[in-house]
Design a protein around this ligand. Structure first.
Ligand code: MRU
Length: 407
């Protein structure tokens, strides 16, 4: 049991992009093989791959996938580059809030245009190598974030985290969880409070799964528990990831993050954000300019269920075989509930959605919120730890001209 037991999130193999389907973890651990960039876009929208840094890697690999498949039949450089731009923009447009998606796509565009004089076949190989570099660099950056953040924690720390900013949300290792992994190795973590993170439950499904594999003690809590454990003196720090950080240090992250930051201020608890500099968007002056993704109302009006049925008697197997003989079987259910059963090897997979709210209710379902910079104790990046006022430190870190100095 250890961090090395956490599977890689996304990788390139046999000319395809492979990813662990996070929409079904941990009850099902399917691998998805994308052989077209459109398939990868579908996986991003359905959150099979999610988390800002992992989305940056997905965008880069998606462009490389196009360049080496559909784009491989184009033999005119100008035509190839303009098609590549369109593909990169389409990938970047799949989800609006995590800037890493656009960052990964833009990096690939810039790279391709900068090497426009290279013969096309060679250029396609170089594009693939650039995408593989994006993936490798992400892991390196996360380990640096982990080390920088661990230095901020004292021995016996009880840390609360929200959503999943773990290995699954990156190429490997994680940002907020990377800090926790690193601090745990240094013997500084007594335990972790894991917010379930309604409505998609990234905390309950993914962070809890990663911490369990890593062997780190944790307790899963409903999101609304945080205030009372803070008041009881059971939380020493909150560490979260970020989807986009504006030039002034305002942070967009999973919905519910802002509430935690406000609670931290009230209880005198440090509120740390751990993110690579690729998450900083210097084109936005403040968080007011960040576009917040609105998601499907059904995430709130019902519960999604998934799992594997392994029949324990031949009679039950025969019944499921009959149901699924002609492919996935939709059980006829009342009140809009849905349940589909499908064959999966010697077992059967079920995927469903069960309504909990009355039909036809109006829903407000933002996937992210913005925490004003004033509530953020420090922003932990691979280049160092920035403190208020964030403007200069973030600008210096992002233009690559130097490390952030701990202020
Ligand atoms: O909707 P998701 O699951 O993609 O949201 C993920 C988050 O909000 C994470 O906290 C953020 O991307 C940082 S991941 C290192």
């Amino acid at each position: 049991m250890g961090i090395e037991d956490i599977p890689r999130t996304i990788w390139w193999e046999d000319g395809k992009v492979y990813l662990v389907d996070q929409s079904r973890l941990p009850l099902q651990g399917d691998l998805l093989a994308c052989n077209t960039y459109e398939g990868l876009c579908h996986a991003i929208r359905g959150m099979a791959v999610r988390g800002a840094p992992a989305l940056g890697v997905a965008a880069a690999l998606g462009v490389a996938l196009w360049a080496t498949t559909e784009g491989a039949s184009i033999d005119d450089t100008a035509e190839f580059l303009s098609a590549l731009d369109r593909v990169a923009d389409e990938i970047a447009g799949t989800r609006p809030t995590a800037v890493n998606l656009a960052w990964g796509a833009e990096r690939m565009k810039r790279f391709a245009h900068a090497h426009a004089d290279v013969e096309l076949e060679r250029l396609r190989e170089m594009i693939l190598q650039e995408a593989l570099d994006v993936r490798a660099e992400d892991e390196k950056r996360n380990r640096m974030i982990g080390a920088n953040g661990a230095a901020l924690l004292g021995p016996g720390s009880r840390v609360l985290t929200h959503c999943n900013a773990g290995s699954l949300a990156t190429a490997y290792y994680g940002t907020a969880l990377g800090v926790i992994f690193s601090a745990y190795e240094q013997g500084k973590i007594e335990g972790v409070w894991v917010d379930e993170t309604r409505p998609v439950l990234q905390g309950a499904r993914l962070t809890a799964w990663e911490l369990k594999l890593a062997g780190i003690p944790f307790k899963l809590i409903a999101d609304n528990v945080a205030a009372s454990i803070m008041r009881a003196g059971l939380v020493d720090a909150v560490i979260v990831g970020a989807d986009r950080i504006a030039a002034n240090g305002d942070v967009a992250n999973k919905i519910g993050t802002y509430g935690l930051a406000v609670l931290c201020k009230e209880h005198g608890i440090p509120f740390y954000v751990a993110a690579p500099t690729s998450t900083v968007d210097l084109t936005l002056r403040s968080g007011d300019e960040i576009v917040i993704e609105q998601r499907d109302p059904r995430e709130v009006t019902g519960l999604t269920v998934t799992g594997i049925i392994e029949p324990d008697t031949p009679a039950v197997s025969r019944a499921f075989d009959t149901l699924t003989a002609a492919g996935p079987y939709d059980l006829p259910l009342q009140k809009g509930h849905q349940l589909q059963i499908d064959r999966k090897g010697a077992a059967y997979r079920f995927d469903g959605w069960f309504r909990v709210a009355p039909p036809n209710v109006e829903v407000h379902n933002p996937a992210f919120d913005v925490t004003p910079a004033d509530y953020v104790t420090a922003i932990i990046t691979e280049r160092g730890v920035a403190r208020k006022p964030y403007g200069d430190a973030l600008a210096v870190a992002c233009d690559g001209s130097g490390a952030i100095h701990e202020l």
